[in-house]
Design a protein around this ligand. Structure first.
Ligand code: GAP
Length: 554
C-alpha cells in the first residue's frame, strides 16, 4: 500500500508517495511520486494517484503505471530531479543533518565525478584544443580594490522587498519598484521599505581589512591580464580561461542548484585589437534566435542558422556569432538535446554596467527558459577601470603600427558549472518503462563511472578475472566492482547512475579469457578479449567506434 512521507530539506517540507515492496526477500520502500510542498495538496494528489493505480492499472510491485514508450528524455520537475540526485548520491543540501543552508550544496560520489568530468571536458574544448586560449587559476579572495575598480562595490546589488501578505522576501529590478506583485502569492510588496542588498559576501583579512569573496572569476583574469599576456607570449586575438568558485549572497536562491549562493563558473575573456575581424568559420548550426527587437514586439523566437542571424544583422558582430555557436556546440557534442536551446539578446535596459551587447544561451528548464550561459561584449571597460584604479599601464604593443593600445573583450562566454550539470542531467534522464528503472543516458565522457565490472557469481575463479579487469581499467578511469545482487539489479543500479558499460565475467570467460560488455542505452552486448578491454573502452567512451563493431556481437 502506498504511503506519504514528509522530508524537511533546507527548512522546507516536501511530500513524497512511497510504497513498500518485497525485493530479493527483503521489504524495501520505493519512490512513486513527488506530491508537492503542501500537506493538503499532497494528500489530494496521493489519493488521485492511488485511485488511478487501483482502477486503471495492475501495478507491478514497486512501479508507477506504464505509459507510452519514452523516445526522448523524460520531463520531470526540478524537485523530482533534486530527489533523484539525493537518492543516487549526486547532490545533497549542504549541512543537511542540521537542516541545510539555502543556496549551498554538496556533491556526492556520483555528483563530484560528473562535475569534475564536465569541467575537464570544458577545459579540453576551450583550452587544450585551441592555440589561442590559455588558463589561469586565480584566488577567491583578492585585493578589495579589484572590486572597487570593477564596479561591483558600488553597483553589484539587488533591490530587496518583502511581501505584506506572505512575508516572503524577493529580489526585484529597480525599474519594478511600485509596479509588480509578489511572485509567490500575488500580494502587495512593502515598497516603502525596499532595501538595496549588496550581493558580495564580506569577510575580514587579518585583523580588520575588509575583503570580499569573488562574485565572478572574470576580474582575476583582468587583474592578471598583463602578466599572463607577457608570460604566455600570446598574440591578439587570444583568450584567458578560468574555472573556479564564485559567491553571491542571492536574496532568493531557488530551483535546486540553478541559483545558488556558492557556485562555480567556467569563463573566458577573449581579447582582440579594437576593430579586428573574426578569422574563424561559423559552424553551420541552427538554433532558436530571440532578438531584443522580437522581444520588444512580443514576437516569437525564430529558428535559423547562426550565419543567417549574422547576415541579417540580428547578431551584430561575427565574433559574437562565432562564440555563440561555439558554446552551443560544446553542449551538442556532449549529447545535450539541441531542441532545448535558444539564444536570447539582452534588451538595452537589461545590460550589465560593463556590457555593450549580450546574448544568453538559454535552456528550456522545467521552470521555463532560463539563462544557462552569458556571452557578453565587455569592450575595454574592465581593463580601462583597472588602469585607472591601479595606475598601471595595461596596454599592449602593436609591432606593426608601433603603437600601444588597450585590448577589448569582444566576447566573454561565462557558464555556471551547476547549470550545465542540471542541463546534462535533465537531458539524460529517461524513465524506461520497459526496464522499469531510470536510465541516465549521459555521454560516456561525462558519466561518473565509466564501467561496472561484475563476476556473474561469487566464486574465486570468476572474481580473479574480474579483479584483473578492474586493475587494468582503474588506472585510467573511475570504474567499479559490483558483486552483490542479481545481474538484473546490478544493471539497473548502474543504468540509474549513468554507467555506460557493464562488463560481465561468466562461465565462457574462464575458457576464452574474454568478457561481455553491455551497452547502457541499447542493452546490446558484445564479447571482447580481456587483453583488448581497455582499448575498446577508450574508443567507446570517445565515441570513436560504434558499439556493435567494437567486439563480437551477441
Ligand atoms: N563574468 C560575467 C558574469 O558573471 P553572470 O551572467 O552574472 O555574468 C554568468 O554569470 C553565469 O554564471 C550565468 O550564466 C550562470 O550560468 C552562472 N551563475 C550566475 N549566478 C549564479 C548563481 N547564483 N547560481 C548558479 N549559477 C550562477
Amino acid at each position: 500500500m502506498p504511503f506519504i512521507v514528509k522530508k524537511r530539506i533546507n527548512g522546507n517540507d516536501y511530500y513524497y508517495l512511497r510504497q513498500s515492496i518485497r525485493e530479493e526477500g527483503k521489504v524495501v520502500s520505493k519512490y512513486l511520486a513527488y506530491l508537492g510542498k503542501n500537506r493538503g495538496e499532497a494528500e489530494k494528489k496521493a489519493k488521485e494517484i492511488m485511485n488511478n493505480i487501483e482502477t486503471n492499472q495492475k501495478i507491478v510491485a514497486g512501479n508507477v503505471p506504464k505509459t507510452e514508450e519514452p523516445t526522448e528524455a523524460t520531463k520531470i520537475s526540478v524537485d523530482d530531479m533534486a530527489m533523484f540526485c539525493k537518492r543516487k548520491g549526486f547532490v545533497y543540501a549542504s549541512g543537511e543533518i542540521y537542516g541545510g543552508l539555502a543556496g549551498f550544496w554538496d556533491f556526492g560520489p556520483l555528483g563530484a565525478e560528473l562535475k569534475n568530468n564536465l569541467k575537464r571536458e570544458w577545459w579540453k574544448y576551450h583550452v587544450y584544443s585551441r592555440e589561442d586560449v590559455v588558463g589561469i587559476d586565480g584566488s577567491i579572495i583578492t585585493h578589495p580594490m579589484v572590486w572597487k575598480a570593477s564596479g561591483h562595490v558600488d553597483s553589484f546589488s539587488d533591490v530587496f522587498v518583502v511581501c505584506k501578505e506572505c512575508k516572503k522576501p524577493s529580489k526585484i529590478d529597480r525599474a519594478e519598484i511600485g509596479k509588480v506583485k509578489c511572485i509567490n502569492c500575488q500580494g502587495e510588496y512593502d515598497f516603502a521599505n525596499a532595501k538595496d542588498f549588496m550581493l558580495m559576501f564580506k569577510t575580514t583579512v587579518g585583523l580588520d581589512t575588509l575583503a570580499y569573496l569573488r562574485p565572478e572569476t572574470a576580474q582575476l583574469i583582468f587583474a592578471d591580464f598583463k602578466s599572463v599576456s607577457e608570460n604566455s607570449r600570446a598574440k591578439l586575438p587570444f583568450g584567458i580561461a578560468q574555472i573556479g568558485k564564485a559567491f553571491r549572497n542571492e536574496i532568493a536562491p531557488r530551483d535546486f542548484i540553478f541559483r545558488n549562493r556558492e557556485f562555480e563558473q567556467m569563463e573566458i575573456e577573449y581579447f582582440v585589437k579594437p576593430g579586428e575581424d573574426c578569422p574563424y568559420e561559423i559552424p553551420n548550426e541552427e538554433i532558436l534566435v530571440f532578438s531584443a527587437e522580437a522581444q520588444e514586439k512580443a514576437e516569437e523566437p525564430v529558428k535559423m542558422k547562426f550565419k543567417e542571424a549574422l547576415e541579417k544583422g540580428i547578431i551584430k558582430k561575427k565574433w559574437h556569432a562565432y562564440w555563440l555557436s561555439n558554446e552551443f556546440l560544446f553542449f551538442k557534442n556532449l549529447g545535450a538535446n539541441t531542441d532545448n536551446f535558444r539564444i536570447r539578446q539582452h534588451a538595452k535596459t537589461e545590460l550589465a554596467h560593463y556590457s555593450s551587447d549580450c546574448w544568453d544561451l538559454e535552456y528550456n528548464f522545467p521552470f521555463g527558459w532560463k539563462e544557462l550561459e552569458g556571452i557578453a561584449d565587455r569592450s575595454n571597460y574592465d581593463l580601462k577601470q583597472h588602469e585607472k584604479f591601479s595606475k598601471k599601464d595595461l596596454t599592449v604593443f602593436d609591432e606593426e603600427t608601433k603603437e600601444r593600445f588597450l585590448p577589448e573583450v569582444i566576447c566573454e562566454p561565462s557558464l555556471g558549472v551547476e547549470r550545465a550539470f542540471l542541463v546534462f542531467m535533465f537531458d539524460a534522464y529517461h524513465d524506461d518503462k520497459k526496464r522499469n528503472n531510470i536510465v541516465l543516458k549521459l555521454h560516456p565522457k561525462l558519466s561518473p563511472v565509466k564501467a561496472a565490472i561484475f563476476p556473474i557469481i561469487k566464486k574465486p575463479e570468476f572474481e580473479e578475472i574480474a579483479t584483473k579487469v578492474l586493475s587494468i581499467l582503474n588506472q585510467e578511469w573511475n570504474v567499479l566492482y559490483d558483486k552483490s545482487g542479481s545481474i538484473g539489479r546490478r544493471y539497473a543500479r548502474n543504468d540509474e547512475a549513468g554507467t555506460p558499460y557493464c562488463i560481465t565475467i561468466d562461465g565462457d570467460s574462464l575458457k576464452n579469457n574474454d568478457v561481455t560488455i553491455r551497452d547502457r542505452d541499447t542493452t546490446q552486448q558484445i564479447r571482447v578479449k580481456v587483453s583488448d578491454v581497455k582499448d575498446v573502452l577508450r574508443k567507446l567512451i570517445n565515441r570513436e567506434i560504434e558499439f556493435e563493431k567494437a567486439g563480437r556481437k551477441l
